[in-house]
Unconditional design. Structure first.
Length: 107
């Protein structure tokens, strides 16, 4: 499954795949124990990633406050976030429609 995602990501993006950050069996409502999530956020802050593509909002973070916090941090670094399942693309903009868009964060 990862190979399929990797292949589709390579063909749909103009750029190169920097890596797949995945984890299994980690659950919870905070990001402290999500090592791969923290690793990708760190890579974004270091300028190593230009766009974050995630399978779904529910895979990104598990609660609304963290969702908004990390999206805000990525927007400040001009790093767009794309949620495949929901077909939502968030880039650096002043609009806050995502925050009020049906409460989809953390479902």
């Amino acid at each position: 499954m990862i190979k399929k995602e990797q292949k589709s990501s390579k063909t749909t993006l103009h750029g190169s795949l920097r890596g797949i950050f995945a984890y299994e069996g980690i659950t919870g409502t905070n990001t402290k124990k999500r090592e791969e999530f923290n690793r990708i956020i760190k890579a974004c802050k270091e300028g190593k990633i230009q766009i974050m593509i995630t399978k779904s909002i529910s895979r990104f973070v598990k609660n609304t406050l963290d969702c908004l916090k990390y999206i805000r941090e990525l927007k400040e670094k001009n790093i767009p976030v794309y949620f495949e399942k929901e077909n939502i693309y968030i880039k650096n903009s002043k609009r806050r429609s995502f925050a009020s868009g049906g409460g989809k964060c953390g479902k």
